[in-house]
Design a protein around this ligand. Structure first.
Ligand SMILES: C[S@@+](CC[C@H](N)C(=O)[O-])C[C@H]1O[C@@H](n2cnc3c(N)ncnc32)[C@H](O)[C@@H]1O
Length: 241
């Protein structure tokens, strides 16, 4: 098994353990009092959603973004939620059933290998993409599937610039699994995300939030695909049970 595969296995095990209490614990994420809910709302607003839009939520977890997206797209829209961890998707499925949403598809897949369906109006990823080593590739694949002016928005944590290494380790240890912490800090994935957004999207923007501990990256599709090319099956991959 390669190092990347071992990393994926560890990550799945971590989120299997977290899944049951994720919704409650995430209210304190990454630390009590952190404006996570406000950041999440801001990220969804950046998508500029309209009724009927089709949205992919990459690494959707338990579907905490779904209510905000549903409110904007209505029953005529579509959500495709993608996640690697079965237990997180099972919680998302519960949320979908409890709300009676019939326009959500859940796909168990690695974001790195996910084939984006047809033409999408928007792609979102919150507090997750920096955990994917191939994050730049995910951005590029998503950009290719966006219709012109479709939006790609990433919200995630980062290390504030010029923070001493010992302090960042202490702070981030609270929120990321320690096994991958050194690798995450050394890799500085937010920089890869920023570069990939600039390269693959039009009008890319980068906003640091909460003293540089988080970022909101956004951009628009270059129109490689048109809305006429919309795939009839927006979720033509294996769905979770
Ligand atoms: C901190 S949770 C965030 C969940 C959700 N986006 C939210 O905002 O609450 C991180 C999620 O990323 C998922 N994840 C991590 N690496 C992934 C990958 N390579 N492909 C798909 N999902 C992944 C995990 O399974 C987990 O559900």
């Amino acid at each position: 098994m390669s190092g990347t595969d071992r990393g994926r296995e560890r990550l799945i095990e971590t989120y299997r353990k977290k899944a049951e209490h994720y919704d409650v614990v995430s209210r304190l994420y990454p630390v009590p009092g952190y404006p996570q809910r406000a950041q999440r709302s801001r990220a969804v607003k950046e998508l500029g959603l309209r009724p009927g839009d089709r949205v992919v939520d990459i690494a959707c977890g338990t579907g905490l973004n779904f209510p905000l997206i549903e409110e904007a797209i209505g029953p005529g829209g579509r959500i495709v939620g993608v996640d690697l961890t079965d237990a997180m998707l099972a919680r998302a499925e519960n949320r979908v059933t409890a709300n009676g949403w019939s326009n959500v598809s859940l796909v168990q897949a690695d974001a790195a290998g996910f084939v984006f369906p047809g033409t999408m109006d928007a792609i979102l990823s919150t507090y997750a993409l920096t955990q994917v080593p191939e994050c730049g590739q995910v951005i590029a694949h998503g950009a290719d599937a966006l219709c012109a002016a479709g939006r790609w928005v990433v919200l995630d944590l980062k290390i504030p610039d010029s923070t001493p290494r010992w302090l960042s380790q202490l702070a981030i240890a609270a929120v990321r699994s320690s096994a991958s912490l050194d690798e995450w800090i050394a890799r500085r994935p937010w920089e890869s995300i920023r570069a990939a957004m600039q390269e693959s999207l039009a009008d890319s923007s980068w906003t640091e939030l909460c003293f540089g501990t988080a970022f909101l990256a956004a951009g628009s599709g270059r129109g490689n695909v048109t809305s006429q090319e919309r795939s009839p099956d927006p979720d033509g991959q294996k769905e979770s049970s």
